[in-house]
Design a protein around this ligand. Sequence first.
Ligand SMILES: Cc1cc2nc3c(=O)[nH]c(=O)nc-3n(C[C@H](O)[C@H](O)[C@H](O)COP(=O)(O)OP(=O)(O)OC[C@H]3O[C@@H](n4cnc5c(N)ncnc54)[C@H](O)[C@@H]3O)c2cc1C
Length: 289
Amino acid sequence: MLEPSSPDWASGLRATWQRGEAGAQAQLEKFLDNDVGSYADCRDYPGKTSTSRLSPYLRFGDISARQVWHAATNAAHAGSSNRNLEKFQSELGWREFSYHLLYNNPDVASRNLQSRFDTMQWRQDTTALEAWQHGKTGYPIVDAGMRELWNTGWMHNRVRMVVASFLAKHLLIDWRQGESWFWDTLVDADPANNPVSWQWVAGSGADAAPYFRIFNPVLQGQKFDADSTYVRRWVPELANIPASVIHNPWRHEAESIGRKSKCVPSYPDRIIDHDYARRRALEAYKNLA
Ligand SMILES: Cc1cc2nc3c(=O)[nH]c(=O)nc-3n(C[C@H](O)[C@H](O)[C@H](O)COP(=O)(O)OP(=O)(O)OC[C@H]3O[C@@H](n4cnc5c(N)ncnc54)[C@H](O)[C@@H]3O)c2cc1C
């Protein structure tokens, strides 16, 4: 009854997820059979299906963190290494940490945990915010992530960090606007993990990323999506761009000697230059009391 029909914006979600407890158990078994044994090595690569994808089930209580923890321990006894098991279980630990923060800070989705961020001069820029939301920033790894989110309701953790950093640091848009978009679009939208992670990336959190850590979206793409599987899947306009330049397609254009027009007319130009954005963000963050 509550499912959307016109327009039916949820078909990608239905195709991606099996709902309920049965879906949670199937996903857990799949992860323990195939991926927990290489979790630590592969978890940062969005082109691989190497993480558990249990987050929506944990969020809605289709499975508990305790069940997942013990099932993973038993699977490890049956063969997978301690290093991979520990890394996976430490992520469940981060979830507990987020919940402790939420318990002690019920307004964590609206208030900076570090009050010095209250004076931050965030920019009001609806055009840039919409480009980010719709996956049209001109940075392939950012756009791939935002489109994966829109289509499936989920985004890989590495890419969540990149797109969140892009919004808060490159665009200097208030992390609360990003948190709110994620809240509306994620199938695992979580009252603890979502705001705590946003505050961590923006720098205002309890245990935050240092302000000078500004992800370079080109380098992140080259490092974590080196074979470009992920970007090619979600940004099909770039299908014909060689892997060596797919994460900075403007370089491909510059190298196409004699070209007068864009190589990929359907793909947007960068909405901001990385070096400029980095300098501007460092200045804004440095000025916080
Ligand atoms: C900006 C931003 C927003 C986020 N919003 C959410 C959110 O709304 N809901 C959510 O569940 N997670 C959120 N995360 C954390 C993380 O990205 C997801 O939990 C993870 O990608 C889910 O995929 P998975 O189940 O395959 O994770 P796995 O790597 O398989 O991890 C297993 C479980 O551990 C927990 N976990 C993993 N990473 C983290 C983390 N960094 N912090 C806290 N718990 C973690 C999750 O419950 C996850 O299902 C966010 C991260 C960022 C950077």
